[in-house]
Design a protein around this ligand. Structure first.
Ligand SMILES: [Fe+2]
Length: 238
């Protein structure tokens, strides 16, 4: 079976019936799209959905906090992270979760970490970062929140999730390089909806019309743990 082929077919149980998870995650043929109410996907780009989580109320300006969050001298300002298509698999109200790994998974483990910053290079504590991805079999889980969840950034704008590398897939004839979807928003920022990619997938980047070289994470091997991908998200002011 070609890579991504499962995304356009519906795997079945031993009795020949598709499973609920399979229909709602892998069923991207006509039947799957109909089941999801996504029949218009082929002809239109989906509008990005808002986050539903309560953002912390911004604290009043505080001198000590301003000093603690002062930009580093190397960065005066920076462009906001490029947005990218939300795609059809976003689910709101995901669990608060920093470990996506499914027990018994067969994927290659990965730690994804980074910071959420503003365009003046200041960390944004308490920002929501919501991530979702295909699993090691190129399947999205829209029922049990597998490989998806949200968290709030720490005092330095930091986030981290333990997961596995997503597998690339083909959707409606479009090749997708492995990627992780992200939504991020701070109390005083616009919502960013984007995707990040991995440097080791250069061959599939070339086939993916959604690939953006500015959205490639830094990927480092570690001596004893899984590889660490790092990406900082920069959000526009509201
Ligand atoms: Fe995707």
């Amino acid at each position: 079976m070609k890579e991504g082929a499962r995304i356009s077919t519906i795997p079945t149980r031993d009795d020949g019936r598709p499973t609920r998870r399979d229909v709602l995650t892998a069923g991207l043929g006509g039947l799957g799209l109909a089941a999801l109410g996504l029949g218009g996907l082929a002809s239109k780009q989906l509008v990005a959905q808002p986050l539903v989580y309560d953002l912390p109320t911004p604290a009043p300006p505080d001198v000590a906090l301003a000093l603690a969050l002062a930009p580093t001298p190397a960065c005066v300002d920076q462009p906001a992270t490029d947005p990218s298509e939300e795609g059809p698999f976003y689910a709101p109200n995901t669990p608060l979760k920093t470990d996506f790994r499914r027990p018994g998974h067969r994927g290659r483990e990965l730690v994804l970490r980074g910071r959420v910053l503003d365009v003046r290079c200041r960390p944004i504590p308490g920002a929501v970062i919501d991530l979702w991805q295909a699993d090691e079999d190129a399947l999205y889980d829209n029922i049990d929140y597998g490989y998806r969840g949200h968290q709030f950034t720490g005092p330095g704008g930091e986030f981290e999730v333990s997961t596995v590398f997503p597998k690339g897939y083909v959707i409606l004839g479009m090749a997708r390089s492995p990627h992780i979807h992200v939504k991020a928003q701070g109390a005083r920022t616009k919502l960013l909806t984007t995707q990040i990619f991995f440097p080791e997938d250069a061959e599939s980047h070339a086939r993916d019309p959604r690939f953006n070289p500015r959205l490639v994470a830094d990927l480092r091997q570690t001596a004893s743990g899984p590889p660490v991908a790092t990406f900082d998200f920069v959000l526009e002011d509201a």
